[in-house]
Design a protein around this ligand. Structure first.
Ligand code: ADE
Length: 243
């Protein structure tokens, strides 16, 4: 998977992504990161990339030309290969695990990060394929949302996680929240690890974990249980019996 990020703050993307699990995956070549500084494509002698909004109003707007030129050069480097171009904006559809799964199948992904009051609409019309928000709140720019999305996507790319970090039983697997986890010691501040987890009985542990996922999802995210196609008859019975 090759991530390309068009941004005015490449160092923010580089430092965020070159850390921890994504950093390891970059080093061993499982994924690649290419940050492109939009400012390098300014044609203005002061390297400006923004200007006042037509019609008036607060703040500055990023100009279409540097964004478009940066994208065109990227397309040339990629020999015209078709690429999804994601613009991070509170006006997009809200990012979910299933969007991450869909995007993890792509070979190339381009993230376009805006700043200030956003980007001239004409650049967006010319290059963007997907408008995505990471939630109903407003941030100062698209860099943190791009990092959030890239992290969620990268960990689904085969070989990025090792066996111990497997994504198989994550929260949102089967549209449910993950069961609680415990590690040593067996007792902490008078609270014991649930006995079943010490039993070595794998079938019982699996059943307990499923039940905990169901209870936790009902308590914290009941919306995920509505029309959840992954619930088995046994799950439904358990939920009914514990009402
Ligand atoms: N840019 C500013 N706020 C944002 C958000 N919530 N999601 C994506 N991009 C953004």
């Amino acid at each position: 998977m090759n991530f390309h990020v068009l941004t005015l703050f490449p160092e923010m993307i580089e430092s965020g992504f070159h850390t921890s699990i994504t950093g390891r995956a970059l080093e061993n070549g499982t994924i690649a990161l290419d940050t492109i500084n939009i400012r390098d494509y300014s044609t203005n002698k002061h390297m400006r990339v923004d200007d006042y909004p037509y019609g008036g109003g607060a703040g500055m707007v990023m100009q279409a030309e540097p964004v478009h030129r940066a994208y065109q050069e990227l397309c040339e480097k990629n020999a015209g290969k078709p690429m999804r171009v994601i613009y991070l904006t509170p006006q997009g559809r809200v990012f979910t695990q299933s969007i991450a799964e869909e995007l993890a199948k792509e070979e190339e992904l381009v993230f376009l990060c805006g700043h200030y009051e956003g980007i001239d609409e004409r650049a967006l019309e010319l290059i963007v394929t997907d408008f995505i928000s990471i939630g109903d709140y407003v941030l100062t720019g698209g860099e943190l949302p791009a990092l959030v999305m890239m992290d969620a996507i990268a960990r689904l790319v085969p070989q990025v996680l090792n066996n111990k970090e497997s994504a198989e039983f994550d929260s949102f697997h089967d549209n449910l929240l993950e069961y609680p986890q415990y590690t040593r010691p067996e007792e902490y501040m008078g609270r014991r690890v649930p006995e079943v987890l010490l039993s070595g009985h794998h079938a019982k542990i699996e059943e307990w974990r499923r039940q905990q996922s169901l209870i936790r999802t009902r308590e914290r995210r009941p919306d995920l249980l509505e029309n959840n196609p992954y619930l088995t008859e046994k799950d439904k019975k358990y939920l009914k019996d514990t009402m």
